[in-house]
Design a protein around this ligand. Structure first.
Ligand SMILES: [Fe+2]
Length: 392
């Protein structure tokens, strides 16, 4: 095994088998000089991969990690550089109750920093049984619960809860952090900013983009800037709507007819199996959710449609609190674009957009998510009043 491959190894991948499985490349960047650093990996299903981010935040002369990721040697080596420069990692925060992709790295990360205190969003669950923290690899003797046990570094950070919202099997809640020294609002899934060009992490391996840039399985994966951009827009559509309107699934006969062509009989090309057929107009759909020169700030469509249609109040309360923060200038989210301008003006634009939008859309690209929401509601899996359980 080459040195780099072993540095990027993540042996616990079968716990949550997401692409790119056992090898996690990480991109390390400084987002706010001397204050906030980003570690990005890719994660997804069937080459539908979007960036997911761990943040290292400076608090005085120590470091706080927000949103764990699988701690490969490569990632730990770069954190070590920061520790030598600034100070030790003393705090690890898991600010979300629902996002599995942010939880999966926590036990290994906690082991990598045995002196760090852990702070968890309330309402953590394990499936299918509720297990004690220690059984899940989370050391209870150094674990605190946000809100109930207070907040870490309250003199440097303001912590603002979005939710809780009852989503049936679990709750949606995240505790966002306003890091005052950098004027940055750090969120997990609450808001994202999406650009129309692929993030830098795909430069390490553009395969997911090239895979989805094709029209059928018999086409080879050819790397061009146009193919990368096309693939990116389609990935964004998949990740946003699960099943976008302009996507059709071809008949089985057609899928297999196009498979196993010469040059495609390999794992990378999934042996030519490509069960997608993009219809005219897909690019127009994508352009609605990506920003041209700056990332388009939005509630991720899948969350907007599945979490908030009956809990808008929660989101608006949260946004009010965000608006009242003094000096907020940047948004740093755990997905997609890193640091985005987010001052009173951008917040106002977002508020107007939200006020004018229908939270329970069932048409166009929202067709599948709308159908799913109605189905879950009918089956009683999700409650009609998702705020009632937490109202007292
Ligand atoms: Fe997430």
């Amino acid at each position: 095994m080459s040195n780099l491959v072993s540095e990027q190894k993540w042996s616990w991948w079968p716990l949550l088998p997401l692409y790119p499985y056992g090898r996690k490349r990480t991109i390390f960047r400084e987002l706010v000089p001397n204050q906030i650093w980003s570690f990005e990996q890719l994660q997804g299903i069937y080459y539908v991969a979007v960036p997911v981010r761990l943040l290292v935040v400076r608090v005085k002369n120590e470091l706080m990690i927000i949103n764990p990721l699988p701690p490969t040697n490569e990632l730990l080596r770069d954190i070590d550089v920061l520790e030598k420069k600034i100070g030790p990692v003393k705090t690890i925060v898991l600010p979300t109750a629902s996002g599995l992709e942010h939880k999966i790295g926590l036990p290994a990360l906690a082991r990598a920093f045995p002196n760090a205190k852990l702070w968890l969003c309330p309402g953590q669950f394990s499936f299918p049984f509720q297990l004690p923290f220690d059984w899940l690899g989370i050391p209870s003797n150094r674990t605190n619960i946000l809100l109930a046990d207070g907040f870490p570094h309250a003199d440097y950070c303001e912590w603002i809860s979005l939710g809780p919202i009852d989503i049936g099997l679990a709750r949606f809640q995240e505790i966002c952090c306003f890091h005052k020294p950098s004027k940055s609002l750090l969120v997990t899934d609450a808001l994202v900013g999406i650009e129309d060009t692929p993030p830098e992490i795909f430069d390490l391996d553009p395969t997911p983009l090239l895979f989805h840039s094709r029209e059928k399985g018999s086409e080879e994966l050819i790397d061009t800037p146009i193919a990368r951009r096309k693939g990116w827009l389609r990935l964004v559509l998949f990740a946003s709507y699960l099943r976008p309107e302009k996507l059709e699934i071809p008949k089985i006969k057609e899928i297999f007819g196009n498979s196993l062509k010469p040059n495609l009989r390999n794992k990378r090309a999934h042996f030519g199996i490509y069960p997608f057929s993009w219809q005219k107009g897909w690019e127009l759909s994508a352009k609605k959710i990506v920003g041209k020169n700056t990332p388009l700030i939005q509630i991720a469509p899948v969350i907007e449609r599945l979490v908030f249609p009956r809990a808008q109040k929660s989101f608006l309360n949260w946004l009010n609190k965000i608006e009242s923060l003094k000096g907020v200038s940047w948004l740093i989210s755990a997905h997609y674009s890193g640091k985005i301008k987010f001052s009173t003006y951008e917040i106002k634009v977002l508020r107007n957009k939200i006020n004018n939008s229908d939270w329970a859309k069932n048409e166009g690209d929202f067709g599948f998510l709308g159908w799913l929401d109605q189905k879950l509601l009918k089956l009683g899996v999700v409650p009609r009043d998702p705020l009632r359980k937490f109202s007292d």
